[in-house]
Ligand binder design. Structure first.
Ligand code: 13P
Length: 236
């Protein structure tokens, strides 16, 4: 069953969120598992739905004004949390040490981390995609096999996020295979790999032909409730 994760980023007002929840609350599917990652502010409004968060503090607990701990997320019913999204790596200078601590805190609380990895356009043009994936996957080395097996990877090329420009199906398939084989050869575990970056209702039928990926991380196309449901209905 595919895993589909809606990442609302910093979008929607309270009124918009209330009508959003109303429009998706009765959705059920035999073909996809879906998770909503609203702005942290709105987590309580999504309490009747499968809940995810967009981030977690790298500190376990204590004093860090503005942050939210894994324990707090767990207490709100959060099941999955995005970690290492490129927007945070680039705009907030999140480093591998912080990302590793975030994953550790989530695993300790039984929340499934979704580790986001992917290259910039420059790195792609310089032929460094596998080097970037290796570097970003290296974070996994501090965890046990059992822990790694529970982590989900989201392959999100930065140049595909919010641009409407997608890799070809062949490129996605190659990257997903590379990630799976790498993790399998290093740690002897199989993991789920999602694709993210400009997934929408116009390209989903094409993306669905990629045979080896385990789901999607959807940004912009998840912001309208009914349209997001239509998108999921096209997935198998
Ligand atoms: P878009 O679907 O808007 O390209 O965003 C992708 C993304 O960053 C999801 O985490």
């Amino acid at each position: 069953m595919k895993l589909v994760v809606a990442n609302h980023k910093m979008n929607l007002t309270k009124e918009e969120v209330l009508s959003y929840v109303d429009s998706v609350k009765d959705f059920a599917s035999n073909t996809v598992e879906f998770v909503f990652c609203p702005s942290t502010l709105y987590l309580p409004y999504f309490s009747s739905l499968p809940l995810g968060s967009q981030d977690v503090s790298y500190l376990k607990e204590g004093s860090l004004t503005g942050d939210v701990s894994a324990k707090q997320l767990k207490s709100m019913g959060v099941l999955y949390t995005l970690v290492g999204h490129s927007e945070r790596r680039v705009k907030l200078h999140e480093n591998p040490e912080m990302i590793q601590k975030k994953i550790e805190n989530l695993l300790n609380e039984g929340i499934i981390p979704i580790l986001c990895i992917g290259e910039s356009i420059d790195e792609k043009e310089q032929g460094k995609v596998e080097e970037v994936l290796d570097r970003e996957l290296a974070i996994l080395s501090s965890f046990t096999k059992e822990e790694i097996a529970s982590i989900v990877i989201a392959y999100e090329p930065m140049w595909a996020i919010g641009t409407g420009v997608l890799p070809t199906n062949q490129e996605i398939e190659n990257r997903v295979r590379y990630i799976k084989e790498k993790v399998s050869s290093l740690y002897q575990v199989s993991i789920r790999v999602l694709y993210g970056g400009s997934v929408n209702i116009d390209n989903i039928d094409t993306l669905e032909k990629v045979s080896n990926m385990d789901g999607y991380l959807v940004g912009g196309a998840s912001l309208d409730g009914p349209r997001f449901l239509s998108l999921m209905e096209r997935m198998r």
